[in-house]
Design a protein around this ligand. Structure first.
Ligand SMILES: C[S@@+](CC[C@H](N)C(=O)[O-])C[C@H]1O[C@@H](n2cnc3c(N)ncnc32)[C@H](O)[C@@H]1O
Length: 332
């Protein structure tokens, strides 16, 4: 159920015609070359050293991670169905009929095996070498560059990130809960926008993702006083938030884990009395891939005021998506 693991970046991938001269160079030289890339419109060069390792990386490694739900081929099919004429043509031109596109899931796994490094770890290595430590926005920007130009990551992304950031600034919450940390993109984005003294709890069951996120969060300069990463599934963590983590109630929730868990976890938060009066609950991807049961409940149960902020899917402007905003009124 991971959101769109197979969708391609919006900007063109680097031309493979341009690559041969570099590809013949020893890898050590290629790694040394790119560091001047930032701010000069040469961001792809900054990660050019990835190409010789896997020449088909940008096209091939969009997803296909079995553990994370929808297989790349299935998502690709849906995305093509939803694209307009222009998007469809672009899609075909880029990936549509190439053997690499037809074999996305296999190639993705092949990429992980060949490099011996999971996708999220590759992204982190890029961030570590190119982002400015202690500068959350530069770290987010570096993730964006990686995701647009190299491999798709299912972070909230810059467009929907702006919506989250704006709502968070408006609400100025004291306590924030994120469900689904992944690489820590959303965590860093929210931690940077929170008022001083606010505390963010973020929940991630996958230890591999949690390990990357922990490093990203600390790289951005947020300590445990500000951001607490809890490793475990939301259904186990939510009931323990009060007793184990001292969270009395939460002012702002960002749901961005598996979509089928949204409704269950919203009800869990209600049952455990964890939603503060007028708490804001944001839920990502309610348009694509969608969370219809969650939306139906939020609109009809009488406990929330609900609206959807329309945007597009992270790193893919052709696919409509949206963030639901719920305001908890508790039925009053
Ligand atoms: C779409 S990603 C989260 C993206 C992140 N919020 C961001 O903006 O960078 C979804 C994440 O939810 C995690 N996840 C899946 N099931 C979960 C659960 N039951 N509780 C918490 N997280 C879960 C997955 O492991 C994955 O890392």
């Amino acid at each position: 159920e991971e959101k769109n693991t197979a969708l391609h970046p919006t900007s063109s991938p680097p031309s493979r015609k341009a690559a041969p001269s570099r590809e013949k160079e020893p890898i050590s030289e290629q790694r040394a070359a790119p560091t001047s890339g930032w701010g000069e419109g040469r961001e792809w060069d900054a990660c050019a050293w990835e190409r010789p390792v896997l020449p088909v990386l940008p096209a091939a490694l969009g997803g296909g991670n079995k553990r994370e739900g929808i297989k790349a081929r299935g998502v690709r099919g849906s995305s093509r169905a939803r694209l307009g004429t222009r998007g469809h043509t672009e899609h075909n031109q880029r990936w549509g009929t190439t053997p690499a596109a037809r074999n996305l899931p296999q190639l993705s796994r092949f990429g992980d095996r060949l490099s011996g490094v999971p996708r999220e770890q590759r992204a982190f290595q890029y961030v570590l070498t190119h982002a400015i430590p202690g500068d959350p926005h530069h770290i987010l920007h570096t993730f964006d560059q990686w995701s647009y130009r190299c491999e798709h990551l299912s972070c909230v992304g810059p467009l929907k990130g702006k919506i989250v950031e704006r709502l968070l600034c408006e609400r100025a919450p004291r306590t924030v809960l994120e469900l689904g940390t992944y690489c820590g993109y959303g965590t860093v984005l929210m931690a940077a926008a929170m008022p001083a003294g606010a505390h963010l709890y973020t929940v991630e069951p996958n230890p591999r993702h949690a390990s990357v996120a922990e490093k990203v969060i600390r790289l951005a300069g947020f300590d445990e006083q500000k951001v607490e990463l809890i490793v475990g599934p939301s259904e186990e963590v939510i009931p323990q938030l009060r007793a184990r983590h001292g969270l009395h109630n939460v002012d702002f929730v960002f749901m961005d884990h598996w979509k089928r868990c949204y409704l269950r976890d919203l009800k869990l938060l209600e049952e455990h009395g964890l939603l503060a009066d007028r708490a804001t609950v944001l839920a990502d991807n309610v348009v694509f891939p969608g969370a219809p049961h969650f939306l139906q409940y939020a609109k009809t149960c009488g406990k929330y005021r609900c609206r959807v902020h329309r945007a597009s899917l992270e790193y893919c402007r052709a696919i409509p998506d949206g963030i639901a905003e719920l305001c908890y009124t508790g039925g009053r």
